[in-house]
Design a protein around this ligand. Structure first.
Ligand code: KG4
Ligand code: ZN
Length: 349
């Protein structure tokens, strides 16, 4: 069964074709990062215009790379939220039109649920890994969201907690900006941190409630640190490399400690059979290592070694859509349900 996945929730225009919900035939990602680097972040209208320009070329490339026609596609899955509404609409309208014209079932997918399914994927030509084992705990950490979820089976989750303010990726991006590093900040902070001392600055860890997160206090502490340091420098002198590296390492350590600790605690408390990292921040090497250190040695920890699957991509949307469809196919027989769907909100999953 072939699923065409479409993702346009933020600043990636992506279309993928996935076989039987796991095997990636193609996963085309047009990233707008170069465009948004100029403004140090995503300007929604700029992102929306770029999606409109790129969605059909990306579709054409996906079909030709996979060597399939629209007639051979069995179903379509599209991100319907959360995300930037003006960006989402390009993907949704494209998916609805394709579903109507080619008479295919259309499955709306929550973006976060998409990230959770990234760990089920493998690329054509690779050996298929064992599928994950339920129940499992998944930590989703991205630029726009950050959750801890107990996953019982396909379509059944317990939402344990989320960030009360900034998402982890957002904190990485904002701290990078304070340090004068380019957008997106996560990979830049990770790189700068390699030469830094994670113990140099004692930054705060917010242990709010049992399963929630909070990163705004940490971000404010970094802002204060950078401002004080700047004031100690002769006017106009830039921050020196060692200071940037030490702040980056200390900040990264604080974020990863909280994320990894809560993941490990949830695994223990709920008797999960495996742990998973998902979302853009799951690309972070320190987070992966920290989680591995805190989890029992024999407990599987899964994350995407292919970094393109950590950040936004359509293959994960296709994978989530396939599993939703196979559970209740009748629900998605026609293209219409997406219109009747009450909202583009996170709460509907
Ligand atoms: O999942 P994603 O592509 O988009 C959202 O759904 O938000 O995540 C993007 C986020 C950005 O904030 C970016 O800085 C962060 O993921 N990120 C990282 C790394 N790579 C990407 N954060 C920390 N370390 C990384 N290596
Ligand atoms: Zn995302």
């Amino acid at each position: 069964m072939l699923t065409l996945g479409i993702e346009t929730s933020c600043d990636e225009t992506s279309i993928a074709i996935v076989k039987d919900g796991r095997e990636i035939l193609t996963n085309i990602i047009h990233s707008q990062i170069d465009l948004h680097r100029k403004t140090g972040g995503v300007v929604p209208e700029v992102a929306a215009r770029e999606h409109v320009l790129k969605i059909l070329p990306v579709l054409g490339e996906a079909l030709s790379q996979a060597g399939v026609t629209m007639e051979q596609i069995d179903m379509i899955a599209v991100t319907y939220g959360p995300g930037l509404l003006t960006s989402l609409l390009t993907g949704i309208n494209t998916a609805m039109t394709l579903a109507l014209v080619h008479n295919k079932p259309l499955v709306p997918v929550n973006h976060i649920e998409g990230h959770m399914y990234a760990n089920w994927l493998y690329t054509k030509g690779e050996e298929a890994p064992e599928p994950p084992t339920f129940p499992l705990v998944v930590l989703t950490a991205s630029g726009g969201h950050n959750e801890l979820i107990l996953w019982h089976e396909h379509g059944r989750y317990t939402f344990l907690g989320a960030t009360l303010d900034d998402a982890a990726g957002e904190a990485f991006d904002k701290v990078a900006r304070l340090l004068g590093l380019p957008y997106p900040g996560g990979p830049q902070i990770q790189k700068a941190a390699e030469k830094g001392d994670p113990k140099k600055y004692a930054l705060p860890r917010a242990w709010v409630s049992e399963w929630d997160f909070s990163f705004s206090g940490l971000k404010t502490a970094v802002r204060r640190l950078v401002t004080e340091y700047r004031e100690s420098l002769p006017e106009g002198e830039p921050l020196d490399e060692q200071f940037i590296a030490d702040v980056a390492a200390s900040f990264q350590e604080a974020v990863c400690e909280v994320l990894a600790t809560k993941l490990a605690r949830a695994v223990e408390q709920f008797g999960a059979k495996e742990a998973q990292l998902a979302g853009g921040v799951s690309a972070n090497a320190r987070l992966r290592a920290y989680a591995r250190e805190l989890l029992p040695p024999q407990l599987p920890l899964r994350f995407c070694t292919n970094l393109r699957l950590c950040t936004d991509n359509a293959a994960m949307i296709a994978c989530a859509g396939f599993h939703k469809y196979t559970k209740t196919p009748d629900q998605y027989k026609k293209w219409a349900p997406i219109i009747g769907n009450p909202s583009l909100e996170i709460t509907s999953w």
